[in-house]
Design a protein around this ligand. Structure first.
Ligand code: PGA
Length: 248
């Protein structure tokens, strides 16, 4: 398979410049021989300091969100130019916490994703169903809408990373089983094949996210369609290195 594995952390609203720098300095020697791509997506205000801390390492610093406008009257938002000034390459878009608490919709996810791509950033677009949606059998329908609307108008889908994050597994300690994650991610790949082209879908990196940790990463990463992980809680500690070294 030509897809390169990609493990990314999502610090969410955690860490400070001081604790973040300490963690990156400790992680760097532990992950330096990783066979996968490695990134830590951090709060915007920490990007300059974390970029400096990660200099000369294989840890890339990413962002947790980006606005679609070049600049303007959007209090509290961050533009692609601001991210690029610090060498940011990756940006998480449409995380379920943004959808749940900050009114993010598939339409706004689409605008942010198109802007990120136009600026040469790699968007990590998050999709995933709620517990009640899994229980009432509408997971595929929910994913269809998130993918159809969220990825609308993308010219080269291979430049996008998808993170499948079942909302019921995020921060709950309740991971999807290897089989559930594989089955759903295979479905996402099939859907991307229908929306774009089957050949392109084979090239798209799709991560699993939701209570992925040092203990369950090997089983998840062994699944044929799972190309990586988006790691919340476990990216705040040295466990992140164990996940990055899942194949060692
Ligand atoms: P978690 O978060 O690993 O803490 O469940 C994953 C995520 O929200 O990206």
């Amino acid at each position: 398979m030509s897809r390169k594995a990609f493990i990314a952390g999502n610090w969410k609203m955690n860490m400070t410049a001081e604790s973040g720098e300490k963690l990156i300095k400790e992680l760097a020697p532990l992950v330096k021989n990783a066979s996968c791509d490695v990134a830590l997506c951090v709060p915007a205000i920490l990007i300059p300091a974390m970029t400096k801390a990660a200099q000369g390492t294989n840890i890339k610093i990413g962002a947790e969100n980006v606005h679609w406008a070049k600049s303007g009257a959007y209090t509290g938002e961050i533009s692609t130019d601001m991210l690029k000034e610090y060498g940011v390459e990756y940006v998480i878009i449409g995380h379920s916490e943004r959808r749940q608490y900050f009114g993010e919709t598939d339409e706004s996810v689409n605008k942010r994703t198109l802007a990120a791509l136009a600026a040469g950033l790699t968007p990590i677009v998050c999709v995933g169903e709620l517990l009640e949606e899994r229980e009432n059998g509408s997971t595929e329908k929910v994913l269809d809408k998130q993918l159809t609307v969220g990825l609308n108008g993308i010219e080269d889908i291979t430049k996008v990373v998808i993170a499948y994050e079942p909302v019921w597994a995020i921060g709950t300690g309740k991971t999807a089983t290897d089989e559930q994650a594989q089955e759903t991610i295979a479905y996402i790949r099939k859907k991307i094949g229908e929306l774009f082209c089957p050949k392109c879908a084979e090239k798209v990196v799709i991560q699993y996210g939701g209570s992925m940790n040092a203990g369950n990463c090997k089983g998840l990463m062994a699944q044929p369609d799972i190309d990586g992980g988006l790691i919340g809680g476990a990216s705040l500690k040295l466990d992140f290195a164990t996940i990055v070294n899942y194949d060692k």
